[in-house]
Design a binder for this molecule. Structure first.
Ligand code: ITT
Length: 200
């Protein structure tokens, strides 16, 4: 018997995040629709100092403008040598319109000279869910170290310089299945999926 599908909006402008969210929720009863499926609405400013506040704000805004249950992801890379930077500012680390390459270049410059044991870092993702009487969030963390030069060409963002302890390679060298299994985003989506499953 064919299962019925319901729609959930992923309120992100980042197509790489969207791809991973779709991969991870693939096989559930939920079809992930994107901001492209709706008339544009003003983006929330994302100037809060925490991932939780930013994720909740993006999800609330999405739900308010579309009426569709909405998830939003706010994520970042915390580097211990840099006292947790770029953290919540990861997307705009090297400036307002910085590319992934600009951000990675700046990170490598700032961490230049650090010993291997000083290069510890983690990706953190907060996934918020708003709608159908729900307002909840989940966090996922993935630990690793920042290597000296890029390795691998999969993934996005800081993946080529993030060597995952769990995978024994960079996220950019891993298959998407392997990255999603251990990643901050994959972990954060476990709790969210459980709630979605209860709704279907
Ligand atoms: P939205 O706010 O529209 O979702 P964004 O890219 O601006 O998109 P964030 O403010 O959450 O999203 O910034 C997260 C940044 O952290 C992202 O742009 C990447 O640079 C980095 N990042 C997050 N998850 C990552 C991952 O899985 N691999 C590599 N880099 C990641």
């Amino acid at each position: 018997m064919k299962r019925s599908t319901r729609q959930i909006l992923a309120a992100t402008n980042n197509t790489d995040k969207l791809r991973e969210i779709r991969q991870i929720l693939n096989g559930s009863d939920w079809e992930v629709v994107s901001l492209n499926d709706f008339p544009p609405y003003p983006e929330p400013p994302e100037n809060a100092e925490t991932l939780v506040e930013n994720a909740l704000e993006k999800a609330r805004e999405g739900y308010q403008h579309t009426g569709i249950i909405t998830l939003a992801d706010d994520s970042g890379l915390e580097v211990d040598y840099l006292n947790g930077r770029p953290g919540v500012h990861s997307a705009r680390y090297a400036g307002e319109n910085a590319s992934y390459d600009d951000n990675v270049d700046l990170l490598l410059r700032e961490i230049d000279g650090a010993q291997e044991n000083e290069r510890t870092a983690r990706f953190r993702c907060v996934m918020a869910l708003v709608g159908a009487g729900i307002e909840q969030w989940w966090e996922g963390v993935s630990e690793g170290i920042i290597i000296e030069t890029r390795k691998g060409s999969s993934g996005f963002g800081y993946d080529p310089v993030f060597w995952s302890h769990e995978l024994g390679k960079t996220f950019a060298e891993a298959s998407s299945e392997d990255k999603n299994r251990v990643s901050h985003r994959g972990q954060a989506l476990i709790g969210l999926s459980n709630v979605l499953n209860e709704l279907t």
